[in-house]
Design a protein around this ligand. Sequence first.
Ligand SMILES: [Zn+2]
Length: 359
Amino acid sequence: MRRSLRRALFVIMSSALVGGVAQANDNASGKGEMLADAKQYLAKIAGDKGIGPREAATASETETANYIYDVLLSFGYQVERQEFTVSFKKGAEKKTSQNIIAYKPGRSGKSLVLGAHYDSINAKAGSHGVIDNGASVAVMLSLAKHLSTQPKSEDGIVFIAFGAEEVGLRGSRHFVNKLTTEEQQSFVGMINMDTIVGGDKLYIHSAHNKPYNCQGVPNNYRFDTSLRDELLKVSKEVFGDDGYQLHPDYAGYPAGETGNWSDHAPFACAGMPVAYLEATNFSIVGKDGNDGYSQSIHPKLWSCINEEKLSACDAKSEKKWGQIWHTGADQLNFLNGLFPERINQQMDKSLQLLSAYFE
Ligand SMILES: [Zn+2]
């Protein structure tokens, strides 16, 4: 079924829908159950025996989209498939990808977007897209299940699994480009989950004080830290000092601010406050400085790490730079061996943070 987003959103937002919302709370999932659900979704999407690699506009990306669609539908949401075309080179055959969208209405008529891309990249290198970005999708699905049993909150929630992020934020740009001004104004903000597990530390970023290059998205750029700061406040309440943090101030990366390489960017360009959850390690002096590209000091993720300097023993010969994303290290059994329980604990943190925020 193909429909324009304008109609799709209209249909979604004007329907009473969401069977689950009207139900009593007695089947609300407990905290342990939320994590158990997320683990199950992660295993299906990115586990060693799951779908695994799912590059943009391939059959396995579509298979993942179908899976996400079915799971969201099973919670009683009305679910929309928003297709768009992706062309990789000029003149090359156009291929199809899709966003999967579910909506939980709120009381205010406004809503907040919770988004995560489900495609992966570098299958050739052996990446299964566990941390980037299967875990975020798993957390989003688990939250969607949990929240389907909760009463309406003030603002509604639009859950979006974005396709084709890794080839130029195609899904999120398409979504934002199709919004009417009225729809845009009904969104109070966007929380992006990209690589929320795997790295040594947990951060929440806002957009950058220097406007992004908004290529192809109408530019109404907004630097607004309010959503980030609200989430950090919830983190403090829930976890004390053991939760999410702002990354410190580094060259090119003012404290707590991030660049335009993920799905939050089109939303910031459209003028919405954004918050971006990420697990990495800004203390590491990576290939290009302290930029969060190097995610961990685990020695197995380096050719050789100088643990005092938190950098490569020799920058010229370093091959791995502490990166998990887009590499053969992004596999579930391997990561569970490297960091026993880290993936689960970090998924659990995001579940606790976001369920506290939305309740
Ligand atoms: Zn990603």
